[in-house]
Design a protein around this ligand. Sequence first.
Ligand code: PGA
Length: 256
Amino acid sequence: MQVVIAEVGELARRGADAVERVLRERTDPVLGLATGSSPLPIYDELVRRHTEEGLSFALARAFLLDEYVGLPAEHPERYRHVIERELESRVDLDPERVQGPDGLAEDLAGACARYEDAIAAAGGVDVQILGIGTDGHIAFNEPGSSFASRTRVMPLTRQTREDNARYFDGDVEAVPARALTQGLGTIMAAGQIVLIAQGSGKAEAVHQMVEGAVSAMWPATILQHHPDVTVLLDEDAAGKLQLADHFREVVAAEGR
Ligand code: PGA
C-alpha cells in the first residue's frame, strides 16, 4: 500500500491523477465510483479538470459500488442519483454508460449476477475509488464478509445506518436496512484502488486496514493483498497510524 498523509487538496489531486491517467491512457476506460462524502473532493477536482483543462469522460464507463435496497426510484439518496448529482451531470460522462446494482429489482440475486456480468463484459474496473466505513467496511461489505464475496444483498450494521442517518434527516429508521454491494472479491479484481478517508472517526478503521491483521472483522484489511492500492488520508484519519512518520518520509522522498 502507498499511504499518503496530506491536506485535502493534495489528496484530491492525487485521486484525480489516478482517474485522469486511466481516462487518457485507456481506449475503453472503466471507472469504479464510490458515493458517500469521502470522494467528493476528488470529484470536485475532476470536474475542475473537465471544465478548465478539457479532461473528457466521453469514452468512459462507470460502475457504482453499491445501492440501497428498496428506496423509491425518485429518492434523492439512491446512489444512482447521488453520483448523477456529484459527478456525472458535471462532466461529459454518458448516463447510459453509468451503472449501479438495481436495488429495486424483484429478483435481487438475479440483479446482482447481472451486475457482475456487466462489469466483466466491460473488461473489469481499471481504477476503483473507495471510502471506508467507521466499522472498516468497503462498499457495503460489513464485518464478517467473505473475502471471496461477489455482488450480493448485505444487511447493514446498526453502526452504518447510524453513520448514514445524516443523509436521511437524522432518522436511523429511514436508512434502508439492506443494500446490494459489490463483494470484496469484486473490488479486489479492480486494476488499481484509491481509498480516501478524512476525519478522526475513520482513524481506527484506517489503522486496522493498513497495520492490522487481515481479518473479516475489518473487511478493508483485504486490501493488504491487492498489489496496487493508494490510501489518501488527512491528518485526522491518519491519527492512529504507528507508521505515519515512515509514510511521510516515503512521500517526501518522492519529491512531490
Ligand atoms: P463516507 O462513507 O464517505 O460518507 O464517510 C464511507 C463509507 O461508508 O464507505
